[in-house]
Design a protein around this ligand. Structure first.
Ligand code: SF4
Ligand code: SF4
Length: 157
């Protein structure tokens, strides 16, 4: 039997971000061991690029893990007439830089969408953001196979 499943994803609205970095703290605290025992933003799976002088703030959620060092793709990013380092806004967990590696263990910090089961109220970073710079919303609909439920046999008395 086929059914439709709504897939949700985090939408980033950078124009609403104030650079407060609360989302980093929520993410780090939720993934701490034991949970909520500490909140080190260096252990978050989201990091907020903050350029106060130019009023540029951008939350970046960690993406795929790249085992080999640097890729060959290089971008020139210009915002408001200012040049930014080509890797500044990259989501990859890449050995060419320290972003998204646990400072204690060196292990990659990959966004798990807060895992299964999802925290009550949705992903922690979204819950942290009172500016609505992060929204958890439907992205697409997928068709999935659902196993048929067999009717129970009822024994007659
Ligand atoms: S909590 Fe929201 S406003 Fe604050 S840094 Fe994160 S995304 Fe930006
Ligand atoms: S979805 Fe969860 S794991 Fe991913 S960045 Fe947000 S708080 Fe961290």
């Amino acid at each position: 039997m086929k059914a439709q499943k709504v897939i949700k994803a985090i939408k980033i609205q950078p124009e609403k971000c104030t650079g407060c970095r609360t989302c980093e703290l929520y993410c780090a605290a939720y993934h701490a061991t034991p949970r909520y025992s500490h909140a080190n933003p260096a252990k978050a799976r989201i990091r907020v690029f903050v350029d106060e002088l130019n009023d540029v703030y951008l939350p970046i959620i960690s993406g795929r893990y790249v085992a080999e060092s640097e890729c060959n793709i290089r971008y020139r990013v210009v915002i408001g007439g200012r040049d930014y380092d080509e890797c500044t806004f990259c989501r990859a967990v890449c050995p060419s830089r320290k972003d998204f590696f646990d400072p204690d263990t060196g292990l990659p910090l990959l966004c798990d969408g807060c895992g299964e089961p999802m925290p009550e109220g949705g992903p922690m970073c979204v819950q942290a953001c009172d500016q609505e710079a992060l929204l958890y919303m439907p992205e697409r609909v997928e068709e999935i196979e659902v196993p048929e439920v067999e009717e129970e046999e009822v024994e007659e008395l």
